[in-house]
Design a binder for this molecule. Structure first.
Ligand code: IPE
Ligand code: IPE
Ligand code: MG
Length: 230
C-alpha cells in the first residue's frame, strides 16, 4: 500500500489511550477538557494510521470497568464519542476507512447504538484501514462470550474460541501501545496480545502525535519476534 507499511511491517496496532485526566490536571482544567483534547489526538492519529498503511488500528475508548467513573464523566465520554462519529463519518466514507466496534456496545444508550450501527453499515464495504473502536470492552467479557458461543457450536478449542472473539477477521495484533506511563493491560486484548510486541510511553494521550506512532513502529520494526521458536 504505502511506503510506510513496507518499512515498519506492522499490520495491526492497538492503543490504550490513557492519561486524559492527568493531562487536564496538570493544566488545572476539568477532566472533560482532557477527554476533549484526547478526541483531537484520535482524529489526527486515525488520519496518520491510514497514511502509514496500517490495515487495522484498534483504540481502547471505554472499558467495562469505566462505568465505575462518575455519571458526569461517563456522560462526557459518551457525548464525545457521539460527536466524533457524527463529525468524522463522512471522512471515513470518503477515505475508505471501515469502522468496526469491539466490546458489548449494544449495552450503550439507544441513540449511540443507532448511530454506531449506521456508521458500521455505511463503512462496511470499505477495504482501506479498519478503525476498530473498543467500547464497553473488557477482554475477560469478550473471552467469556466467545467461549460460550464456541461451546454452543461444540468447538471449544483455541481456533474455535478465536473465531468467536470480537476481533475475528482482523489481522493478528502486532503492536500494543499504552500511553501515560502505566505498564498494565487493564483488561484489553488479553488473548490477542499473546505474541504482540508492546511499547509503553510516558506521553499522556492528548499529547500523542503521529510522530510518536512512527517512533513506536520504528521500535517494532527492529524487534525479533520468535513466537516461542528459535
Ligand atoms: C483515558 O484517560 C480515557 C479513558 C479511560 C476513557 P483517563 O481518563 O484514564 O486519564 P487518567 O488515567 O485519569 O489520567
Ligand atoms: C484503560 O484505562 C481504559 C481506556 C483507555 C479506555 P484506565 O485509565 O481505565 O485504566 P486503569 O484504571 O488505569 O487501569
Ligand atoms: Mg486512566
Amino acid at each position: 500500500m504505502t511506503e510506510g507499511r513496507a518499512t515498519h511491517g506492522a499490520r495491526h496496532v492497538a492503543i490504550i489511550m490513557d492519561g486524559n485526566g492527568r493531562w487536564a490536571k496538570k493544566r488545572h482544567l476539568p477532566r472533560a477538557m482532557g477527554h476533549q483534547r484526547g478526541v483531537e489526538a484520535v482524529r489526527t492519529l486515525v488520519r496518520a494510521a491510514r497514511e502509514m498503511g496500517l490495515e487495522a488500528l484498534t483504540l481502547y475508548a471505554f472499558s467495562t470497568e469505566n462505568w465505575r467513573r462518575s455519571e458526569d464523566e461517563v456522560s462526557t465520554l459518551m457525548g464525545l464519542l457521539k460527536r466524533y462519529i457524527l463529525a468524522d463519518l463522512e471522512e471515513f466514507v470518503a477515505n475508505n476507512v471501515r469502522l468496526k466496534i469491539i466490546g458489548d456496545y449494544r449495552k450503550l444508550a439507544g441513540d449511540i447504538v443507532e448511530l454506531l450501527e449506521d456508521a458500521l453499515a455505511r463503512t462496511a464495504g470499505n477495504d482501506g484501514t479498519t478503525l476498530v473502536v473498543a467500547l464497553n470492552y473488557g477482554s475477560q467479557d469478550e473471552i467469556a462470550r466467545a467461549a460460550a458461543s464456541a461451546a454452543a457450536k461444540g468447538a471449544v478449542t483455541v481456533e474455535g474460541i478465536e473465531a468467536e472473539l470480537d476481533t475475528a477477521g482482523l489481522p493478528p495484533l502486532d503492536l500494543l501501545i499504552r500511553t501515560s506511563g502505566e505498564v498494565r493491560l487493564s483488561n484489553f486484548l488479553l488473548w490477542q496480545a499473546a505474541y504482540a510486541e508492546m511499547v509503553f510511553v510516558d506521553t499522556l494521550w492528548p499529547d500523542f502525535t503521529p510522530a510518536h506512532l512512527a517512533a513506536a513502529l520504528q521500535d517494532f520494526a527492529g524487534r525479533e519476534r520468535r513466537y516461542g521458536g528459535r
